[in-house]
Ligand binder design. Structure first.
Ligand code: 0A1
Ligand code: ZN
Length: 883
């Protein structure tokens, strides 16, 4: 049932009903004309129950409807609210032919069929297909698609769709046609079409059963040379899915098309992935090491969807995390198996904690499986993706790799070719391992970040260590009272000398160094036996659950963990907790108008960690001070600026005490790169990426310690700027300085890369994220830059997105940041609601702000709310923020 109050349509999970019709096959014929396209959709429809009206989703201009060869008259159907209702249809199989007319050049939503450059692309997840034709546009209606495309040979030399090319031919008037057929039944959201002038980079992969798969990367002709890394990444992903998950590719061709106007990162359309250029194109002089890593990750992600998403898909959009959480888990594991597992894990946790935890503590909080939505596009969230991946990781932690793989095998055995639910996945994990995972279901239905309060004590007489855990799941707007969840807590014990101390759990004889506690009650005590000495527990190793955990460690305990913990996550976490405490102390001082204290012991501990014999990439993450969002956690009445200043004061203080160490390791990093055994050290390689990431964060710290570092950067700039990781690293380090040298180098950068779309995005990020006093003016000026366009989502994300995350300037005390972003939201909302509604979420902190900023933000939120014709995307978000 739909809730129609205030003109809102709310969709509820509990209302799910199986479809009334199946589609045996669908034949689409696209005729591409100069200014429009027509689509003839011929489908064989099979009623699953008699006497149901035939309701199709659609919003395209309707030209004709033919039922079993007879054209329908207007009184035989109705069109309203994106639905086409055909009043009477036969109660056995019938053929429906629907013709629509589309205007792709005018479609700025980037959903359905749209133009970018002179080419045509589609984006149909979740509900874009209804902009192309009238259909049962829901993931549980799966059918076999055959697609014919007719177009001008000059304008559209390349015409692609899903599956295999089965036929093609020439026509009069310089036109040609192709016919593609996808043998796998799929929902409409996985349909894709691409047409235009595209260059192709080809490769091949032989699967384990000996099938040769043609790999084709389509780009603008000038970008072709930059697709090589993505092609190699795809081969690694295909190999990895066979090796680790036993999953083989199923078609003879796999295509990837890069497009520069795209709302998201990439899309897993069957056999024809469409990618944001950002996740395909790279060369070491235009892409950073982080970009290369992101490309490998996203290529992996979309490829892995072929099994987790396409072969087994979602029953409805509430189940989105079924495919996304699982596929993010798989891409994280792929990246971790490729290189630097520990550092990658820390990176993922940092994203989760600074962004998903914030989502969970704000107005948009929702469970991994949301119970309701207004606009599905708003639910491609950090919770569904990143927390969803943590939920999948917990099955893995509880069942082990072998148990998890048994679960995956059963999942595919049961559900290949089906559209299923998160419960089906959980049942496969449970049944394959003979375990009960009933309580685990709460991870899908309860929003909010669980908080664990822990304390422990050692009993020398009994040689036991008792760990007391208490869990609390905070209320969220959708739910007040929550039940205790199953939380895997991975634990080890360290002696006062830093060595690992073994123990035995009550009901076993085994003496172990580490265990996973299954914490599933509101309060629980776990007793470790045969513990030879006083210990410091190392908790939540590997971040074994997406929770906040608080243990009353002394600073000395944390320093011990930082120096000695064998678990790289827990060791990093000890440093994070020390940083958090230091910033908290600074906040207290600054609030009282006192100078921030000096943190000598912390500087020593970090220095010692830097000097230890560990991987440079790991040293780099140890130097990452928690972001403001991690620092204020779920605090109330927040003054964002105070956190920026407190964090900044800590950085300055530490950098000043550590100046020599910083310089030492920077010089070390330079020598590592110069003396590298790699033939082309400027190219991306995980070892060198680690060294460069260390160098870049040392530069950031160095700039805090001494003005000299800016001079060094300026003098070395040109020579180092042949590698984008260095170039962007240098600019990021000086980006906040008010010195004119900063503007000079940035302008030089913008001029040199003016022709390169993706590099210009980096320029806009630097402008939008600077802490300089004149940032808002510079952002306003950048809006006029010839490379900027409000219609290109990458540009909006780079300039306006980065500004909306710029704590200092977005939250400027005079409200100028709020006003500026609100104004641009309204501009964008008129043509691309998806991009606009993402930007509205910059206001998520509303309810937790100190009163003055809260009032200023309220003005802007109301202005958005009252805007005539506001999209339902933006409306859902703004209403939730203000409710
Ligand atoms: N399924 C894609 C994400 C995606 C979602 C929506 C899109 O357009 C509105 C595009 C892509 C993925 O997880 O990669
Ligand atoms: Zn995905």
């Amino acid at each position: 049932m739909l809730n129609m109050s205030e003109n809102k349509v709310v969709h509820y999970l509990k209302d799910y009903q199986a479809p009334d019709f199946a589609v045996a096959d669908i034949n689409l014929t696209f005729s591409l004309e100069d200014a429009y396209a027509t689509v003839l959709n011929r489908m064989t429809v099979v009623p699953r129950q008699a006497d149901k009206p035939c309701v199709l989703d659609g919003s395209a201009e309707l030209l004709q409807i033919v039922l079993n060869g007879k054209s329908l008259c207007p009184h035989e159907y109705a069109v309203a609210d994106e639905k086409l209702i055909i009043h009477a249809v036969p109660d056995s199989e019938f053929v429906l032919e629907i013709t629509t007319k589309l205007y792709p050049a005018q479609n700025k939503t980037l959903m359905g069929l749209y133009e970018s450059g002179d080419n045509l692309y589609t984006q149909n997840e979740p509900e874009g297909f209804r902009k192309i034709t009238y259909y049962f546009d829901r993931p549980d209606v799966m059918s076999q698609f055959t697609t014919t495309i007719i177009g001008d040979k000059q304008r559209y030399p390349v015409m692609l769709s899903n599956g295999n090319l089965i036929d093609s031919g020439e026509l009069d008037n310089g036109r040609h046609w192709v016919c593609w057929r996808d043998p796998f039944a799929k929902p409409s959201y996985l349909f894709a079409l691409v047409a235009g002038q595209l260059a192709v980079l080809e490769g091949s992969f032989t699967t384990r059963s000996g099938k040769e798969v043609a790999l084709k990367f389509y780009t603008r002709p000038e970008d072709r040379a930059k697709a090589g890394f993505a092609l190699e990444s795809l081969k690694h992903a295909m190999q990895w899915d066979e090796d680790r998950f036993n999953l083989e590719y199923d078609l003879n061709i796999f295509m990837v098309v890069a497009v520069s106007d795209f709302n998201m990162g990439a899309m897993e359309n069957k056999g024809l992935n469409i990618f944001n250029t950002k996740y395909v194109l790279a060369s070491s002089d235009t892409a950073t090491d982080a970009d290369f890593e992101a490309i490998e990750g996203v290529i992996g992600h979309e490829y892995f969807h072929n099994w987790t998403g396409n072969r087994v898909t979602c029953r409805d959009w509430f189940q989105l995390s079924l495919k996304e959480g699982l596929t993010v888990f798989r891409d994280q594991e792929f990246s971790a198996d490729r290189a630097s597992r520990a550092v990658r894990r820390i990176h993922n946790v940092r994203v989760l904690r600074s962004m998903q935890f914030a989502e969970d503590a704000g107005p948009m909080a929702h469970p991994v499986r949301p119970a309701s939505y207004e606009e599905m596009n708003n639910f491609y969230t950090l919770t569904v993706y990143e927390k969803g991946a943590e939920v999948v990781r917990m099955y893995h932690t509880l069942l082990g790799e072998a148990g998890f793989q048994k679960g995956m095998q059963l999942y595919f055995q049961r559900h290949d070719g089906q559209a299923v639910t998160c419960d089906d996945f959980r049942a496969a994990m449970a049944d394959a391992n003979g375990v009960n995972l009933e309580q685990f279901a709460l991870w899908y239905s309860q929003a909010g970040t669980p908080q664990i309060k822990a304390h422990g004590e050692y009993d020398a007489g009994n040689r036991t260590f008792s760990l007391h855990l208490q869990q609390y799941i905070p209320p969220t707007p959708d739910m007040a009272d929550k039940q205790p969840m199953v939380i895997p807590v991975k634990v080890g014990l360290l002696g006062r000398d830093g060595t690992s101390v073994v123990f035995r759990l009550a009901d076993t004889d085994a003496v172990v160094e580490e265990t996973v506690l299954v914490f599933n009650q509101a309060q629980q005590t776990f007793v470790f036996h045969d513990v030879a000495q006083e210990v410091v527990p190392s908790l939540l190793r590997g971040f074994s659950a997406p929770v906040r955990l608080d243990y009353p460690y002394s600073d000395a305990d944390l320093m011990l963990l930082l120096a000695h913990d064998s678990d790289s996550f827990a060791r990093w976490e000890a440093a994070q907790t020390l940083y958090r405490r230091a910033v908290a102390a600074n906040v207290v001082a600054l609030e009282a108008n006192q100078p921030a204290p000096h943190h000598a012991e912390l500087a020593e501990a970090i220095t010692a960690a830097l000097n230890a014999d560990i991987d440079p990439a790991y040293k780099a993450v140890l130097l990452q001070v928690p972001t403001e969002a991690e620092l204020w956690e779920d605090a109330q009445s927040i003054n964002p600026e105070l956190y920026v200043r407190a964090r900044q004061a800590l950085l300055q203080d530490l950098a000043a005490s550590m100046e020599d160490t910083l310089t030492h390791w920077r010089t070390w990093a330079d020598t590592q790169e110069q003396n590298s055994k790699h033939a082309a050290p400027q190219e991306y390689h995980p070892d060198l990426a680690g060294v460069r990431s260390l160098r870049n964060i040392l530069l950031q710290w160095g700039v805090q310690a001494s003005a000299q570092v800016l001079q060094t950067i300026a003098s070395e700039y040109t020579q180092r700027a042949t590698n984008m990781t260095h170039e962007f690293g240098m600019l990021s380090a000086i980006n906040h300085l008010s010195d004119d040298k900063r503007d000079e180098l940035l302008n030089q950068f913008a001029q040199r890369h003016a022709h390169d779309d993706l590099v210009m995005d980096k320029y806009f990020v630097l402008i939008g994220s600077s802490q300089r006093a004149d940032t808002l003016q510079q952002v306003q000026a950048a809006l006029q830059h010839p490379a900027f366009s409000l219609e290109n989502p990458n540009k909006v994300r780079s300039l306006l997105g980065s500004f909306s995350r710029n704590i200092q300037h977005f939250h400027a005390a005079d409200g100028s940041g709020y006003r500026f972003i609100a104004e641009h939201i309204l501009r964008i909302d008129g043509f691309n609601p998806q991009v606009a509604s993402r930007l509205v979420q910059a206001f998520n902190l509303y309810g937790r702000l100190e009163p003055q900023r809260k009032a200023l933000m309220a003005e802007q939120l109301q202005r958005i709310q009252q805007h005539e014709g506001l999209s339902k995307d933006s409306r859902e978000i703004v209403d939730k923020i203000l409710r």
